[in-house]
Ligand binder design. Structure first.
Ligand SMILES: *[C@@H]1O[C@H](CO)[C@@H](O)[C@H](O)[C@H]1NC(C)=O
Ligand SMILES: *[C@@H]1O[C@H](CO)[C@@H](O)[C@H](O)[C@H]1NC(C)=O
Ligand SMILES: *[C@@H]1O[C@H](CO)[C@@H](O)[C@H](O)[C@H]1NC(C)=O
Ligand SMILES: *[C@@H]1O[C@H](CO)[C@@H](O)[C@H](O)[C@H]1NC(C)=O
Length: 288
């Protein structure tokens, strides 16, 4: 507790005492078992699957999906506009974004400019608004860099290099896995470059890395510690026995699973498997 204000200390001690008295806070549970394949009250459903054909010209790639989603995207964009207009009520900002921004901004890299023009034309949302939502040009939007790496990187090292060095719009964590022994890391990013790259160290017995939503050298907030429960559950399995079923058990254990969990995705780079499930966390469950 070095460096914390006395008030925080008192609060933490009080909470810790209460937690010990009850053995564990009510929103935690023992590591779940046999939750996979997903079912029951923590499983809210499958996500729809869409195929984007990258062999089409960039302008056309998103047309089919956007015809389906235009209404939803418009609702989303309008609520963002409303937030902006609530702060600057004259509506002048959004008018400027609609009309002037496209010419003020440069081009997005690679196929993204053309793809967005295609989306703008199908949805009727002005390009300026889309670009304003996605961000400035001198740095990469997280979605763009992820897409570039997934589309064009041909090795773990290359992917790691790009994710470590490309200038970003916002800080982020990248969790990267390769298909060979020892290929796995968590990259903690600032806008300019990486603060930290935390790698597997199979020889020292570290066969997994865990990232919740904290820099790994910082302690999570006491009530938001999902790192320790995740590690505890992972420690009950072994590198040889890790599987989608074992991972889904970990990700189904409160408070790793919590009210803010929207979906759970399992990926296996070697087998080319990718599964996503919508989640729920019925009461009692921590979250906001
Ligand atoms: C991937 O590489 C191809 C060929 O160089 C290029 O046309 C495409 O735009 C790249 N994709 C991305 C997302 O940058
Ligand atoms: C790993 O991926 C690389 C790049 O796609 C591929 O050349 C290699 O055969 C893969 N190795 C294994 C063990 O799957
Ligand atoms: C998990 O196991 C590792 C390696 O044995 C150990 O260092 C770590 O303290 C364990 N963590 C938890 C939360 O049990
Ligand atoms: C790991 O899996 C093997 C084969 O499926 C099984 O025999 C063994 O008991 C498992 N070990 C643990 C620790 O679960």
């Amino acid at each position: 507790m070095l460096g914390r204000s006395p008030l925080t200390c008192i609060l933490l001690v009080a909470v810790a005492t209460c937690a010990v008295a009850q053995h564990a806070p009510p929103w935690t549970e023992d590591c779940r078992k046999s939750t996979y394949p997903p079912s029951g009250p923590t499983f809210r459903g499958q996500v729809p699957w869409y195929t984007i054909n990258l062999d089409l010209p960039p302008y056309k790639r998103w047309h089919e999906l956007m015809v389906d989603k235009a209404a939803t995207v418009k609702v989303l964009v309008n609520s963002l506009k409303n937030v902006v207009n609530a702060f600057v009520p004259s509506g002048k900002i959004m008018q400027m974004v609609d009309e002037k921004l496209p010419s003020m901004l440069g081009n997005f890299p690679g196929p993204f400019e053309e793809e967005m023009k295609g989306i703008a034309d199908v949805t009727g949302i002005p390009l300026g608004v889309l670009e304003w939502i996605l961000g400035k040009k001198d740095a990469m939007w997280i979605g763009f860099i992820t897409r570039s790496v997934l589309e064009n990187s041909t090795s773990y090292e290359e992917a790691k290099n790009i994710l470590t060095k490309t200038k970003l719009l916002a800080p982020a964590y990248f969790i990267l896995g390769g298909n060979r022994s020892g290929e796995g890391c968590v990259i903690t990013r600032e806008r300019k470059d990486a603060l930290d790259v935390y790698e597997l160290a199979a020889k020292q017995g570290r066969w997994y890395v865990v990232e919740t939503n904290y820099d790994r050298w910082k302690n999570p907030l006491f009530l938001d510690d999902r790192r320790t429960p995740a590690k505890m559950c992972l420690n009950r399995t072994t590198q040889e026995n890790i599987s989608f079923a074992a991972l889904y058990d970990v990700l189904s254990t409160k408070p790793v699973l919590n009210k803010l969990t929207v979906f759970t995705t399992l990926m296996d780079v070697t087998r080319g498997r990718y599964e996503t499930y919508l989640r729920d966390c019925p009461d009692p469950c921590i979250g906001w």
